[in-house]
Design a binder for this molecule. Sequence first.
Ligand code: FAD
Ligand code: NAP
Ligand code: SF4
Length: 681
Amino acid sequence: MSYPHLLAPLDLGFTRLANRVLMGSMHTGLEDGRRHFTALAAYFAERARGGVGLMVTGGFAPNIAGWTKPFAGTLATTAAARRHREVTQAVHAEGGRIALQILHTGRYGYHPFIVAPSRIKSPITPFTPFELSARGIERQIRAFVRCAQLAREAGYDGAEIMGSEGYLINQFLVTHTNRRTDEWGGSYENRMRFAIEVVRRTRAAVGPDFILIYRLSMLDLIPDGSSWPEAVQLAKAVTAAGATIINTGIGWHEARVPTIATSVPRAAFAWVTQKMRRELRAAGLTIPLVTSNRINTPEVAEQVLADGCADLVSLARPLLADAEFVNKARAGRAQDINTCIACNQACLDHAFKNELATCLVNPRAARETQIVIRATPQRRRYAVVGAGPAGLAAATTLAERGHAVTLYEASPQIGGQFNMAKRIPGKEEFHETLRYFGRRIEATGVELKLGTRVSAEQLIEVRPDAVIVATGVRPRDPKIPGQDAPQVLSYVDVLLHGKPVGERVLIVGAGGIGFDVAEFLATPAGHSPTLSLPEWLAEWGVADPAQVRGGVVRPQPAAAARRVTLLQRKSGKLGRNLGKTTGWIHRAALAMKEVEMVGGVNYERITPQGLWVTYGEARRDGQLIECDTIVLCAGQEPLRELHAPLQAAGLAVHLIGGAHEAAELDAKRAIDQGVRLAATL
Ligand code: FAD
Ligand code: NAP
Ligand code: SF4
């Protein structure tokens, strides 16, 4: 398939972009330290080589007040601009284009020097902002302008002014955060003055031949956010003030609607950009618009553009997952793209935990200088046992390097536990990882032996140069008296073997798998595997912003399929260890399905009527919780019987993934371990 809309060049008058892919801004953490600039240059150069039309850096603050956190990446001096030259030169050497994002966090900053239009604390940081004086406002505008000038000095092709997601510019725009009574508050004319002054003065300072992207919040998803006429007025005004391109922002960080998580349907918000594009075209404005959020395949990107939703698509995480996305699409190799599954586990979760971002499906992302896949000088024979994420990553990386690899898998399909994960409503994207690895096995020439539970004796007979044991885990036995009863199932019985489950269900264990099983069992059959876009929007209370200010209404979840109760022994909130940026979504989704959550429980015994429990250390208030089915999700233990006999036979053996360590295992660790080991063998 060719992608005529996606791959069409875009003429901006003073310059031409090679195609319609904009790499959206992502904070990797490499922006925050001088010592990371070489790594940052390698990261962007790889994506420029991959064919992206225009890239936007992670946010750089124009001054200290605008920091995301103490000592965050800042571009405010000529010395700093000089350091950026390493990045811009590396990108230009690959024929790429790059713009610097100017991000002033306002009241969202995680430090005590934050400023905002009004002294109103945000729910996502512990700090209360200082209210800006009129002179303070002038200082912030000048900082934006200076930052854009320095970006130009540093060799950037443009700058993106971050005006969405609830950051400073957005805070000026809405009464939720702007209660001023001077010329910067009150009427909408006044509230948008800050945004317009930033764009107008920046354009005047950088000249006409510098790309200025304005990221405009088209749907705030907060109750007193912008109205649609206000958003349209702003788009027209930033165009008149000198913006070259308008990018779409969806949702403030404090919004209670997921906007990029895996359960969000693909291209779920392209209609918002389309609505704006129609307004601007009707007014005779031809400024290119970028649409964003959950566009992760060339097919979806092409469709969005063919439907007239936008002139460009913003791909951010998909380019972490695969730097070659555009080149592969151009070469008709879309099936070879390593697709972003929107898990947030290694990108956004890392950024919010102050760790360097990377990608669950591509551990080389933002580690390009650390993990280097080199052709082997000496071809060896490797046996990899287990085709779960760890084994798949190891086998295909070894084969890519030129080794002879045999991959043994006991079940009739590759994927290990991903074959259960992909069945969870909202986790359908996990199919893509299995499709990708399937293609990689073919392309790299791994010899795959499905339906082969290989034994130590067989491996000893084959005598490869080394064995990589990636046999994963077995479910932990919680040893509850009476658990052998027929109404007691494991998550494997439910998710893999499709065993029947009654109307009233208790789930023992509230880790990632307990939560997923609750979602699976509480979701009505018709709502799985995928909610349609209108159903999803209704479920989360997203409305047309032309009808409702901010675009949020009361959520209308479908009735639950079953009565589900999730139990854990620890007291306190359930799901505490779920993803930093997605845990709240899982909790909210289960709350909408009226899943009951109970902590501090002791499991005493199982009888035909249900589960007898007591509470707390004192084992008080003994009680029978009646149910039809009990599903055990009590964690996992490593499965590594092969290890000792292989070692005893003198074979070199490596343990990876769940077979190495089951505690706190996830696919991020499994794939990372597989790739890193294979890169060094
Ligand atoms: P496994 O995936 O367990 O694979 C091991 C493989 O080895 C299996 O296919 C098995 O058949 C095979 N095998 C075992 N013994 C032999 C033998 N002797 N010969 C041949 N083959 C053998 N992780 C995340 O990061 N994010 C998520 O959102 C997520 N959701 C999940 C949802 C569910 C419902 C489940 C069950 C898991 C989820 N996980 C998630 C966890 C993730 O799937 C695991 O961390 C990951 O699969 C571990 O990879 P692995 O390769 O170590 O082991
Ligand atoms: P887990 O997260 O370790 O949770 C195990 C649960 O079982 C806990 O609630 C624990 O709570 C309980 N438990 C532990 N020992 C028990 C025992 N002896 N008897 C009864 N209950 C016991 O493990 P998991 O849910 O099996 O998930 C496995 C891995 O897959 C996790 O590490 C997770 O990261 C990954 N995963 C991730 C996601 C995701 O969305 N990121 C989704 C699914 C799975 P108490 O000890 O308090 O009872
Ligand atoms: Fe996408 Fe997950 Fe990788 Fe982030 S970590 S880029 S969400 S696959």
